[in-house]
Write a protein that binds this ligand. Structure first.
Ligand code: ZN
Length: 395
């Protein structure tokens, strides 16, 4: 064992030695350390990125393959459904007593059975698979009914669907479906007015046709009501969108007498009225701009920018408002008074007219221009002005 002196001397020698040997090396290493870490870090990040990207790409391509497979499966089953529909639609032909009709049915059936799903090319668009059934059921039921379809196409689709809905040897469910398709064409905020009108006329015809089954008639009624009637709350938005270029200086009230409040049966009564008035069932030729039904709905008739025949010399600058009531025998229902008040409030606002100037002993009622009591002795100027005041209060 060395002495403490000796030990400390050895210690300092070793220290010196270690300084000479190690310090420069240590210093080099410390100098290089940041470079090494940066390099290692970059390498690790690079490798990780590569690995992660590859595994993500694998996952993504698996997902896409699965998605495409699912899409193809859906399209195939849709085509299958169309084929089944086509086959179903052949039933009346096959059941026909006439041999040549049966032959046509058989030929068409063969054509459907021979068209193979394996011919379906998943790369091509869905519509390209359409001709298989298109020529058979004559209704391209899955064609796009949105904005991309031209007005002429929409017209011809409406006519085709109406034809199916009106054909008595079609099944009720197919007639209901065809009626709903017309509703879909008319539905949509961007649908042109002419297309909506054509759809309304077609669906009204379906609703009123003598041999239309009850289920089809109900479907048709719902569709016409959804296009042609609004709640009082919705009316302000409707009238705000109407661009009116003709000069309006008066709103004139009428009553229906028939249907009255007691005989009113919902939308169908409104169609009957439209039918009776023009025989053509053409909504753009009826004599009223707005009708107020006993249940408090507002029905759209003639576009307000077009004049109607309702009050002889006052037609050109007036709006025709019709109350579904026998105004000599009945008084309006609460809902009807409320709807009338809101309708008149919004119309007066739109045309910058005042209630007190529009509804007087000389103005605002059909009886002011015509020998009868229209809109009925119970429809007084006080009643009308009170309805408008109530609507203004609730505004
Ligand atoms: Zn009248």
């Amino acid at each position: 064992m060395p002495e403490p002196n000796e030990q400390s001397e050895l210690h300092s020698c070793l220290k010196e030695l270690s300084k000479k040997l190690d310090v420069p090396r240590k210093k080099d290493l410390w100098d290089k350390l940041p470079i090494i870490t940066t390099f290692l870090g970059t390498a690790v990040i690079g490798v990780l990125t590569l690995v992660l990207t590859q595994s993500y790409q694998r996952l993504e391509s698996n997902r896409q393959e699965k998605f495409q497979a699912a899409q193809i499966a859906t399209q195939k089953s849709q085509i299958r459904i169309e084929e089944l529909k086509a086959i179903t639609s052949l039933a009346p032909l096959l059941a026909s007593k006439d041999p040549s009709t049966r032959d046509i049915g058989k030929q068409l059936l063969r054509a459907v059975s021979e068209s193979k799903l394996s011919d379906f090319d998943p790369e091509s668009s869905y519509l390209s698979a359409e001709p298989v059934t298109k020529s058979l059921i004559e209704v391209p039921a899955h064609i796009s009914l949105t904005g991309s379809t031209s007005k002429a196409q929409q017209f011809s689709l409406i006519d085709k669907f109406a034809q199916i809905a009106l054909t008595s040897n079609e099944s009720t469910s197919r007639r209901v479906e065809a009626t709903k398709e017309i509703g879909k064409i008319a539905d949509g905020a961007t649908t042109p007015r002419e297309v909506k009108e054509r759809a309304v006329n077609a669906v009204t015809t379906i609703a009123l046709s003598a041999d239309t089954p009850e289920e089809v008639r109900r479907t048709a009624s719902v569709i016409v009501a959804s296009i042609k009637s609004v709640s009082p709350e919705q009316f302000a938005a409707v009238i705000a969108k109407d661009r009116v270029t003709r000069n309006i200086s008066e709103i004139i009230l009428h009553h229906t007498v028939e249907p009255s409040i007691t005989t009113y049966k919902g939308p169908e009564s409104i169609f009957r009225m439209a039918e009776m008035q023009m025989k053509t069932r053409n909504w753009s030729k009826i004599s009223w701009h707005y009708a107020v039904s006993p249940d408090g709905m507002i029905w759209m008739g003639m576009p307000v920018n077009e004049q109607t025949s309702h009050a002889a010399k006052r037609n050109f600058d007036s709006v025709s408002v019709l109350l579904v009531i026998d105004g000599d025998k009945e008084t309006p229902t609460e809902s009807q008074k409320r709807a009338l008040g809101i309708l008149l409030r919004d119309l007066l606002n739109k045309f910058h007219l005042s209630a007190e100037e529009n509804f007087t002993d000389q103005k605002g009622f059909h009886r002011n221009y015509y020998g009868k009591t229209c809109p009925g002795n119970n429809i007084t100027k006080e009643l009308v002005i009170n309805c408008i005041k109530a609507a203004k209060r609730s505004d």
